[in-house]
Design a binder for this molecule. Sequence first.
Ligand SMILES: *[C@@H]1O[C@H](CO)[C@@H](O)[C@H](O)[C@H]1NC(C)=O
Ligand SMILES: *[C@@H]1O[C@H](CO)[C@@H](O)[C@H](O)[C@H]1NC(C)=O
Length: 373
Amino acid sequence: MAAAATEAASFLASFVLGVLALSLVVSPSVSDAARAFFVFGDSLVDNGNNNYLVTTARADAPPYGIDYPTHQATGRFSNGINIPDIISEHIGGDPTLPYLSPMLSGIRLLNGANFASAGVGILNDTGIQFMNMIRITQQMEYFKQYQKRLEFMLGEQDASRHVKRSLVLITLGGNDFVNNYYLVPFSVRSRQFSLPDFVTYIISEYKKILMTLHQLGARRVLVTGTGPLGCVPARLAQSSIDGTCDPELQRAGTLFNSHLVQVINKLNANYGADVFVAANAFNMHMDFITNPRKYGFVTSTVACCGQGAYNGVGLCTMASNLCPRRENNVFWDAYHPTEKASRIIVSRFVAGSIDYMHPMNLSTIMELDSKLL
Ligand SMILES: *[C@@H]1O[C@H](CO)[C@@H](O)[C@H](O)[C@H]1NC(C)=O
Ligand SMILES: *[C@@H]1O[C@H](CO)[C@@H](O)[C@H](O)[C@H]1NC(C)=O
């Protein structure tokens, strides 16, 4: 009996010691910090990494940023803030800093990081015409490097915990069509693959990327499919006389998005958890493309900034046409949504039904995860 009591006492002592040790390691700044947010992908979610590269895919000159709080171009492909910034607002964090920004150090690392780079795709040969980009495999390498820096600050256990309770966004795929398969008639990839076979191929590569993210500790990942590629002003300028969307590119987007949901279902089943959430940007965009006025837009075909048909030819620069009221337009430039359109898209991320967010929306995720903390 005495032995049992001693054992119980020593167990209690080591338990108390353990708790003490834990509370010493978990500094208040860590446990109080907002959930970290990590962003991977292309220009739709790049917060300025390409500013630090020698590349033609950049948005660091006016009129980009005309409606940003500072009214300066930041490298975001928007008139104002973009989709990741609006998600940050919803989860109560600061906007994600570009990983290449010298500002991203010390306590700011806790907020997460943005690894996205304009021009990239799932495939390495996507976007090569832009010269330099941070390809997706390199974005993952930077994520590893980030985690080493976080470990140095917090210790291994807390760093890993901070990453596991983070939110992740990845947006890829659009460029594999627009800046690869359909970049030029008879492109290498389009001679190599029929459209359905190309989709099967890039989805199998995307699956590997998502598995790597999981391996690196991501446990809640919003995965956006492609938007309505056939309806962007750049495409309308090439092939539409009356503003109707290019059916071939629409078919590409639809195929890609349906395969993506299947892969996500499989991965979640394998992991036995809802790690990945498919965000159907295609359906979200189509709502205001089919009925712009319902959402307070005047046009869903003409870009605010650009030139030529639908302002869809070439880049948005100081020499371009610029619409006076950005809230009238779904598209800011030939490919990217205005801040107003981005806000509507994120509101679907947050509270959308299963047709937009599969298997659940962000408000459900936030509620579930708050119970775990
Ligand atoms: C892209 O390049 C990286 C690094 O060179 C390589 O690890 C990866 O397998 C390549 N991806 C594809 C789809 O070829
Ligand atoms: C999405 O969010 C709303 C709350 O904002 C909730 O009522 C609804 O059930 C959610 N839908 C799904 C499919 O999770």
